[in-house]
Write a protein that binds this ligand. Sequence first.
Ligand code: GDP
Ligand code: MG
Ligand code: ZN
Length: 291
Amino acid sequence: MIQGTIVKGIGGFYYVKTADRVIECRARGKFRNQNIVPLVGDKVDVRIDGENGLIDSIEPRKSELKRPSIANADQALIVFAAAKPEPSFSLLDKLLVTSSYNHINPIICINKVEMVDISTIQEMMKPYKMAGYNIIYTSAKYDIGIDKLKENLNDVITVFAGPSGVGKTTLLNRVIPSFNAKTGDISKKTERGKHTTRHVELIELEDGGFMADTPGFSSLDIDDIDRESIQYLYPEFLDLIGKCKFTDCSHISEPKCAIKDAVENNIIDIRRYNSYVNMYKDTFKLGGKYK
Ligand SMILES: Nc1nc2c(ncn2[C@@H]2O[C@H](COP(=O)(O)OP(=O)(O)O)[C@@H](O)[C@H]2O)c(=O)[nH]1
Ligand SMILES: [Mg+2]
Ligand SMILES: [Zn+2]
């Protein structure tokens, strides 16, 4: 039996990357009987049978995304452009919250940095730096920050997130030069349809680890998040939760709220706090859950 990671699945065949090669595999019948569908990203045990293999067991998944369909993603590289298109901070916050909720570590990547004055970009990203997020500044076009980005991708499975046109495919081509994916023009807004039909593939990085080749998906498909859980998905809140006057404080309108105090004292950025309030209030429109 050898161990490997499923890097591609097409028509009942699974391609499993082992230490030294990729093996074409079928899955054992028992999975179908148990209603288990092997996913790209699954860590599996393979029984070798001549040239081919048979997937014998699947390790429990650390994370699971539905769209793109991928197991065990460790990280989400959340890409926005410094300009063209202008970043949407509400979408950024949503992607941060949903990736953390799915136990996927978020990294923020601001691409196209050559288009905007660096001090303007840093000011723009200050709330996220204060919150403790890992932020990488890149220009895929001018090869800025690519080495730093690569360092952050070693040994783990990374998926892209972010709107289309920000440079995800261009970054992927920079990080893995042997992989030649098509970049799109901002004007082409046909991407969604394409993504839902295509197969996810994991591309191996030079120094170990994998990147999913899915192009722009602008929301991670998630299970519903309870209203009370949202606060735990804002990392800069964590030390203060439980220190409000009311133990079940929602940090919206209660008196003596530790979170609101921190906002007053510029320890928590007001933009992030407002984003929390919006997300919290949105759950009332959505029947109690954030979707
Ligand atoms: N100015 C500039 N343009 C870039 C940069 N990275 C990508 N682009 C351009 O942005 C457009 C969208 O890139 P693409 O990689 O297809 O974006 P995706 O939709 O996120 O995959 C293309 O025309 C790229 O050439 C960059 O760092 N600077
Ligand atoms: Mg793309
Ligand atoms: Zn509070």
